[in-house]
Write a protein that binds this ligand. Sequence first.
Ligand code: SAM
Length: 296
Amino acid sequence: MTDDGASFSSPKQLLAARGLHARKRLGQNFLVDPRFAARVADALPADAFVVEIGAGTGSLTEALAQRARRVATLEIDRGLAAIVRERFADVGNVTLVEGDVLEFDFAGALRPESAPRAICGNLPYYITTPIIEKILDAFDFWESAVLMVQREYARRLTAAPGTPDYSSLTVFVGYHCSVEKIFDVGAAGFYPAPTVSSAVVRLTPWANRTAGVDDERVLLKTIRAAFSQRRKTLANCIVAAVRSKSGDEQDERLRSSVEQAIATARLEPKIRGERLSLDDFKRLANALVTARIDIV
Ligand code: SAM
């Protein structure tokens, strides 16, 4: 089979042949244009070991198998797993793992493999964030991830500080990886056509993520706290996060140490969390560590 679609296996026909239907509950919208599958696969390093999330009927698996050293593809739906097993029975570099991606041991699968190692998928959108958190947990064991996500989600991942789409997710993912949007895919690219548009993003882990970070846990807690109440100032959010832990409602000393830490980080006293860049967050977290403000 080639990428020109001459012998493309239509998801609709593959499902119909087995009396199956796309299950909305499992985020099943299958790629119907092999050119999109080819572009996704081309965005990965050549000759990689690839973990694919959500095989579906194998539209993307096929393009990956042509470029990758080996593909381990995950699928939770038993009916689809049967299609994939049959479709790739004679393809030596594809292995199907039937089960839930949220239970999958990414580090265990990727650690023994040599680079390049990659993660790829036209994601089931109902669990996009848990999937991203899970692959970031295995951050040390892959070199590239190319993911199809909802277009709004791609905007959140690539948003600039102070814009409406900027969120704790933007900073959390941006702390681990550089994020680039590669291309958009409209609803017509899928069967059945979803009600939302999609985009493909590439995540590339930073080599020196923790450089200049005194305590990573404090940094991550600070990011979460800063976005916890968008209408409040950064100082109020941090004070609230520390108080909720200590239960002390009256501590004025705490407020003044938080304000001092914000000044040490060279930030405006009344600034809101949504305006801070990743570097601002790093300086602030280090100032909180130095001041022994226990946000953890
Ligand atoms: N890669 C295929 C394609 O592009 O045509 C299918 C993409 S479809 C958007 C998402 C796939 O993820 C579906 O096949 C769905 O059954 C599968 N899926 C949903 N939840 C899953 C889970 N928790 N674990 C593994 N696969 C899951």
